[in-house]
Design a protein around this ligand. Structure first.
Ligand SMILES: Cc1cc2nc3c(=O)[nH]c(=O)nc-3n(C[C@H](O)[C@H](O)[C@H](O)COP(=O)(O)OP(=O)(O)OC[C@H]3O[C@@H](n4cnc5c(N)ncnc54)[C@H](O)[C@@H]3O)c2cc1C
Ligand code: FES
Ligand code: FES
Length: 505
């Protein structure tokens, strides 16, 4: 029978059981302060620097999946039923170094030492998941690891070479076998680990009480819906990449937390001929992989959304439900007509995503209602689609402006257009005046010039540390111009011709 009060996970092959712990204790605090495993470091405590990176293992489709996450914003109870790998886990019985570590030594990638464990763990996740490693893959894998001292050249070199190291036959393949293109091959040790993980999965939810605090991780959607309808003040926790920071930076108390990550069915992506439905517990990584097949035009935004560890932990529905005016997924999703499925107790309803947002961080959800899934229509081949993200850095930066466009031309005229912005208003918002002006017009320079002026007047954005209001107005209008250049009926330019980052593609 499940022990509903005990967090259980596997670390270095051993079952760890934890009771009587504050539910919002972060994994990093637990590692450093309780276990004295101080290899993982704290740099920022907000998911930005990667010094705390660890790898979480889970059984997915009968294979072990290895994903880097930021321990500093992951609450310990979310580890229930998983495997944890920290930098200490890579130590072998005979004290030889893991290929990832040896490569870092040989190519002088260990620089200040403070960030090195985090780099090692991001590289370890890459080693275990990617059979064909090249520069682009490495850049992405290390997008969540900051080096403030020397630079990335030697670290990238080490990552490029880590697969060249021979692995001895007696080493544990769970740790040491690199990713293989042969997806069917699971070693006996991996199968054993999967069985142990399967045995840890719960039929009933995990329920931790600590003082007056309660953490509930239901196993089924009915339990979740009933609990939340009765406890509407509970904090819904999904990937925790927003909620974690409320605790580590704003020192907020969360007396009742309800965790979605273990709810059967919420971790699914389903496709039919009309739509792709993405459940509330699906990670950004998995959601973007699925959406990328349908809408490759969104790939750059997906790639530039936070970093690999944040995308591994965070969910698409969390981004949508949080409803930040600078959230990146909503403009793209709204532009292609996405809907949200809301649930309260046994009742569900659907809403166009744009109607979810009422005002700054205010939404149309009723008390006790939550987002069960996001429903994205299948690709309409008649649409030309783009999404552009403007921010100061390529990787791991919050947008100043994010714009998404979907256009249908009939001959040279605009039959339909959807223009949605993030960063321009208190909510993700469509430029309806500009859309209305454009509909039915010939898609040419004259129409564009009027539309750019209309767009400048349509929003009154804020000035803040990311950008001034004037910058936002100007660049929003410029992005419409860029979209025109890529979609004009005559002489449309390829995306690479107008993309300042094209060299990175
Ligand atoms: C370093 C860093 C970089 C980031 N970069 C970006 C970026 O580039 N672009 C961007 O858009 N975001 C970015 N984010 C923000 C964050 O990653 C996203 O908003 C993420 O998608 C949130 O998902 P989550 O599962 O982690 O949500 P959580 O933190 O678990 O929850 C977020 C909010 O939504 C609520 N919630 C969650 N699920 C539901 C549900 N099903 N129903 C109702 N309410 C729900 C929670 O109660 C909470 O209020 C970044 C965050 C970090 C830490
Ligand atoms: S300590 Fe900086 S990402 Fe965790
Ligand atoms: S490796 Fe730590 S700052 Fe450069």
């Amino acid at each position: 029978m499940d022990d509903q009060n005990t967090i259980r996970f596997i670390l270095d092959g051993e079952l760890v059981e934890v009771r009587d712990i504050e539910p919002t204790r972060t994994l990093l605090q637990y590692l450093r302060e309780d276990l004295l495993r101080i290899g993982s470091k704290e740099g920022c405590a907000e998911g930005d620097c990667g010094a705390c990176t660890v790898v979480i293992g889970a059984a997915v489709n009968n294979r072990l999946q290895f994903r880097a996450v930021n321990a500093c914003i992951q609450f310990l109870p979310t580890l229930d039923g998983k495997i944890l790998f920290t930098v200490e886990s890579l130590k072998s019985a005979n004290n030889s170094l893991h290929p990832v570590q040896q490569s870092m030594v040989d190519y002088h990638g260990s620089q200040c030492g403070f960030c090195t464990p985090g780099f090692i763990m991001s590289m370890f996740a890459l080693y275990k998941t990617e059979a064909s490693i090249d520069r682009a893959v490495i850049d992405d894998a290390l997008s969540g690891n900051l080096c403030r001292c020397t630079g990335y050249r030697s670290i990238i070199e080490a990552a490029l070479k880590m697969n060249d190291y021979p692995v001895s036959a007696d080493s544990d393949p769970v740790l040491y076998a690199p990713a293989s293109n042969n997806a069917d091959l699971a070693s006996a040790q991996e199968q054993d680990m999967i069985e142990r993980l399967n045995a840890l999965q719960r039929k009933q939810g995990l329920e931790l009480k600590w003082g007056d605090s309660l953490y509930f991780a239901p196993a089924g959607i009915e339990e979740l819906a009933e609990f939340y309808a009765q406890n509407p003040d509970a904090c819904i926790l999904s990937g925790g990449t927003d909620v974690g920071i409320w605790v580590t930076k704003q020192l907020r108390e969360l007396p009742v937390v309800i965790y979605l990550g273990n709810v059967a069915g919420l971790n699914q992506i389903t496709k039919n001929e009309s739509a792709i439905e993405i459940g509330a517990a699906v990670s950004l990584t998995d959601a973007f992989n699925a959406l990328s097949q349908e809408f490759p035009e969104f790939d750059e935004m997906f790639r530039r959304f936070a970093s690999v560890p944040v995308r591994n932990a965070g969910t698409l529905v969390g981004n949508v439900a949080n409803g930040s005016p600078i959230g990146d997924s909503m403009p793209a999703l709204i532009s292609v007509g996405a809907r949200v499925k809301l649930r309260k107790g046994p009742k569900t309803r659907e809403l166009a995503m744009q109607d979810l947002y009422l005002d700054y961080m205010k939404n149309a959800m009723e008390t006790g209602e939550f987002v069960e899934s996001v429903i994205v229509p299948r690709r309409d081949e008649s649409l030309q689609i783009r999404c552009y993200k403007l921010c100061k850095r390529f990787d791991q930066d919050i947008s100043a402006v994010c714009a998404a466009f979907a256009l249908r031309l009939k001959d040279d005229r605009i039959d339909d257009i959807n223009i949605t912005f993030g960063g321009m208003a208190a909510i993700p918002k469509r430029a309806t005046n500009t859309e209305n002006l454009l509909k039915g017009k010939v898609w040419d320079e004259d129409t564009l010039a009027v539309a750019m002026e209309t767009l400048k007047l349509e929003f009154s954005p804020l000035s803040d540390m990311r950008a001034s209001a004037a910058y936002r107005q100007q660049t929003a209008s410029n992005l419409l111009y860029r979209f025109y250049l890529e979609t004009r009926p005559q002489g449309a330019l390829q995306p690479e011709a107008v993309n300042v980052f094209a060299v990175q593609a």
